[in-house]
Design a protein around this ligand. Structure first.
Ligand code: AKG
Length: 274
């Protein structure tokens, strides 16, 4: 297991890192069941956003997972909010239609095409897991390693076909890949004959807008509990960053990463024990 420091270095170079077995079988089965239930209630729909509001008790432990958040605060600083939470299932398609195709190359929400090879803190990161092993039939994840630091563009005609510099990742069920939003990636069409479940916890910086609304009663209840506990990390996840102004105008004369660690420690110390 690489140390967090090593992971951070790899993430800066490659644009992603994979944490193994973050979610267990039981947890993933419950999410699949929930997806079936939602799909039945919504006319066969397979893509669900605002999932925290739809299933708060099933989702909050993932959104606030300490392994994921601990790493994100190293990458982004203690400025991490939930942009959107998506539980989706890609239907299987015929083998002939999938042959030689990828799902679609893209960078993620809030990204830009890099103009230098310098590393920049991401505006957003995607913590993606799959609720089954990504075998060839289920369709692996594809990434262009290092593309968060390269001015790579792809012509429209080539966005649905394999890339000469791609790396194919056969993610295991319950593993979480944390991507830089500038990393170019694509899924692969599902030909397994079963649904391909995809779970994406998308986080961005607290001064950006969030895509999920966070205004529903279930989400607001989690926020009220976080406020009562003076848990700033949890409040930020739901769009409330009480320290934003001083921390975003700190003078910037000390290393960002050192400063972030001090702020994160202050947030931990401020939590009221029950
Ligand atoms: O389907 C996949 O494996 C990747 C999905 C994806 O790229 C995305 O939602 O950003």
């Amino acid at each position: 297991m690489p140390s967090l420091e090593q992971r951070l270095e790899d993430y800066k170079t490659d644009g992603f890192t994979i944490f193994e077995k973050v979610f267990d079988e039981e947890q993933m089965e419950i999410w699949k069941e929930k997806h079936k239930e939602l799909s039945a209630e919504h006319n066969g729909q397979t893509w669900f956003a605002n999932t925290l509001e739809l299933a708060p008790e099933l989702m909050w432990s993932a959104v606030s997972h300490p392994t994921i958040l601990g790493f994100l605060e190293k990458v982004m600083g203690p400025f991490v909010q939930l942009d959107n939470l998506t539980l989706a299932a890609f239907p299987s398609i015929e083998q002939e239609k999938a042959a030689g195709r990828v799902s679609g190359w893209h960078r993620d929400r809030w990204a830009h095409v890099p103009f230098t090879d310098a590393y920049h803190r991401p505006n957003a990161i995607n913590a993606i897991s799959y609720l089954q092993d990504l075998t060839e039939a289920f369709g692996p994840l594809r990434v262009i390693v290092g593309s968060h630091r390269k001015p790579i563009t792809i012509e429209e005609a080539n966005r649905g076909v394999p890339h000469p510099n791609e790396t194919i990742i056969n993610m295991k069920a319950g593993d979480v890949v944390i991507t830089h939003n500038g990393l170019i990636h694509s899924g692969t069409p599902n030909t397994s004959g079963q649904l391909r479940y995809f779970f994406s916890i998308y986080y961005n910086l607290t001064w950006l807008k969030h895509t999920d609304h966070h205004t529903g009663p279930h989400t607001q209840k989690i926020l009220a509990d976080a406020k009562a506990a003076n848990n700033h990390q949890y409040m930020r996840l739901l769009g409330v960053d009480e320290q934003l102004q001083p921390r975003c105008n700190s003078g910037f004369l000390q290393s960002d990463e050192e400063r972030w660690e001090q702020w994160a420690a202050a947030d931990r110390a401020a939590i009221k024990e029950e």
